[in-house]
Design a protein around this ligand. Structure first.
Ligand code: HMG
Ligand code: MG
Length: 302
């Protein structure tokens, strides 16, 4: 088995993780979380999104959060932008990367961003153009690449179709997302394979939610294909407000533990990461969603 020797983890906790929280999380807590993540060695952090506050009230403080972060050199701060209005607001805060987010499922596209897949690409095109012209990197999130809460199973061909559209408008790299965490290794590998028709392995990342407990297996399956970029959420926070019942992303702590066990370099200090997860879990008033964090915290208290 020829696995990558290093991986790059993008912690999406502050954005994907917190967007679903019903109670407003103060901007100061979000900022502190970002600081703790970078101190733990994260080199990519998805900080917030510039979406309609009517749709996702928790992200309404995007500007305050981005302005409040002490930026560390070498760390890439990314933000979600669904349209030009979002991009223009984001650009004022100088993100390193913006993320346009589409879906392989028509129904999910409608529920999440209120337009068809084709319309979403039309909206993204000028956003991508402006970002690239301003020297901002562009990532594309592809939701529902194995299953959709409204349409059920999604064929790999539809993932390939979306990846081709993303490539066509200049998106530099894409995330293969299992939004509702229904995927198993074979299906996730088929979605990645379809994406590889348009993007090389260095420009494809895995974004796995853990609803059915398959996210680590899916991560390992992606590693076996050579994927070395993964999104995960500290403490396993999260879910998408437009994917009912879907739980958080795979916990960053669990992915780091897996990688270190495979002798794969992450650049992350697991103890400090566990502290970051404990910080946000304490604020939210519930135990961490990371099995590894819970085990290590229990060990510490002995
Ligand atoms: P819409 O209602 O069709 O937009 O929403 P519109 O252009 O018709 O505008 C309606 C109102 O929204 C107007 O305000 C606009 O100004 C405002 P009004 O005149 O009524 O006061 N508006 C905005 N406000 C702030 N920021 C903006 C913006 N755009 C319009 N950017 C829209 C379309 C895309 C805005 C809406 O559907 C939306 O905000 N959706 C976001 C949903 C979302 O954030 N979902 C979660 C992120 S995706 C995810 O979690 C999946 C991922 O993790 C991968 C995976 O796991 O699958 C990435
Ligand atoms: Mg997600």
């Amino acid at each position: 088995m020829n696995l990558p020797s290093k991986v790059r983890l993008i912690d999406v906790g502050p954005r994907d993780g917190l967007q679903n929280e019903k109670q407003p999380v103060p901007a100061a807590v979000k900022i502190e979380l970002v600081h703790r993540l970078q101190a733990a060695g994260l080199r990519e952090i998805e900080v917030t999104s510039y979406v309609s506050p009517k749709w996702v009230p928790q992200m309404a403080d995007n500007h305050e959060v981005m302005q409040g972060i002490n930026r560390q050199p070498g760390v890439r701060y990314s933000v979600l932008t669904p349209n030009l209005k979002g991009y223009e607001a984001a650009a004022l805060d100088k993100p390193d990367e913006i993320v346009v987010f589409g879906a392989a499922s028509e129904a999910f596209s409608q529920k999440n961003i209120n337009c068809s897949i084709a319309e979403s690409i039309e909206r993204f095109a000028p956003v991508v153009q402006e970002a690239l012209a301003a020297g901002i990197a562009v990532r594309g999130a592809m939701s529902c690449t194995v299953g959709c809460p409204y349409e059920g199973e999604i064929a790999p061909g539809r993932v390939g179709y979306l990846a081709g559209l993303m490539k066509g408008i200049g998106v530099q790299r894409v995330d293969v997302a299992d939004t509702i965490g229904v995927g198993t290794p074979k299906k996730v590998q088929a979605a990645i394979e379809a994406t590889l028709a348009h993007y090389d392995i260095d420009h494809v990342s895995g974004h796995f939610h853990d609803t059915y407990g398959q996210a680590l297996s899916n991560t390992h399956a992606a590693l076996q294909m050579g994927v070395w970029n993964f999104q995960s959420s500290v403490a396993g926070l999260g879910g998408c407000p437009y994917a009912k019942g879907a739980t958080g992303n795979v916990a960053t702590e669990d992915v780091v533990y897996l990688m270190h066990g495979l002798d794969i370099d992450t650049g992350i200090d697991l103890d400090r990461l566990v502290d970051a997860g404990a910080f946000i879990s304490q604020h939210l008033g519930r135990p961490s969603g990371s099995r590894v964090a819970r085990a290590l915290l229990a060990k510490r208290s002995h």
